[in-house]
Design a protein around this ligand. Structure first.
Ligand code: ADP
Ligand code: TYD
Length: 219
């Protein structure tokens, strides 16, 4: 697999795919469907969602998404997301890839670039460098971007609880969306950009076919 994981200089046998997009873009729906597709091919699949996935990372998640923490400064927020990620990579993702499993991750480093870099407007180069450090340089074989209009995404989430990040407002979500599109445009070979307004099954077909054609054959 394509990976920037250098520190331990081992051969990673698994497949690592991340899903990105604004809140409500359909990531968890598509991850469940891709998981089923891999399992039908006889693969063991580990699904993780960020922030979270380890005992420590879940504690950090609670801190980050709690409305009472309005005084959390932007740099501390970026570092906390990155800290939760470092622990998840170390404790769950790398061991799973070493076992040869498929790892499907609901958000990864590009979430911090889009949310804390583009939307919070922290210095992009510093955020990217921090991600290199936090992830041990581990990069996914593929990043799937579910691109969706912010109003459509918001309408899908109507009635569900909005955490501290989800309450940041429409303009914030729009900056996140545009940030993702810039990231994908800058490195098209690393991304599959999908129109997230299509029906669930159509998106699943598009993602599954791409993965079978470009990722499984490479691994
Ligand atoms: P995310 O994980 O990106 O926040 P979800 O997968 O939880 O998004 O989807 C948010 C809501 O939108 C859920 O109620 C889900 O059933 C619905 N949904 C997901 N994908 C689609 C789609 N392609 N079309 C319409 N509704 C969708
Ligand atoms: P979550 O409930 O997991 O949202 P979703 O189901 O849409 O993924 O909440 C995570 C929130 O944190 C979401 O609004 C995106 C935000 N976030 C960041 O701002 N930076 C990050 O690095 C990550 C991983 C998430």
């Amino acid at each position: 697999m394509r990976t920037g994981y250098r520190q331990r200089r081992i051969i990673i046998a698994g497949i690592f795919i991340t899903f990105e997009g604004i809140d409500g873009s359909g990531k968890s729906t598509q991850i469940a469907l891709l998981k089923r597709r891999f399992e039908e091919l006889g693969r063991t699949v580990v699904v993780v969602r960020e922030p979270g996935g380890t005992a420590l990372s879940e504690k950090i998640r609670t801190l980050l998404l709690d409305h009472r923490n309005q005084d959390l400064c932007e740099r501390a927020e970026a570092l906390l997301f990155s800290t939760a990620r470092a622990q998840l990579v170390h404790e769950v993702i790398i061991p799973a890839l070493e076992r040869g499993d498929v790892v499907l991750c609901d958000r990864y480093a590009e979430s911090t670039v889009a949310y804390q870099g583009y939307a919070r407007e922290l210095p992009l180069d510093e955020i990217i460098t921090t991600q290199e450090f936090a992830t041990y340089g581990l990069r996914p074989a593929l990043k799937v971007l579910l691109d969706l209009d912010v109003d459509v995404a918001a309408s899908r989430l109507l009635g569900s609880y909005a955490d501290r990040m989800e309450s940041a407002g429409r303009a914030f979500q729009e900056r996140v969306r545009q940030g993702y599109l810039k990231l994908a445009q800058a490195n098209p070979s690393e991304w599959l950009v999908v129109d997230g307004s299509q029906p669930v099954e159509k998106i699943a077909q598009e993602v599954g076919s791409y993965v079978e054609e470009h990722i499984i054959t490479d691994s």
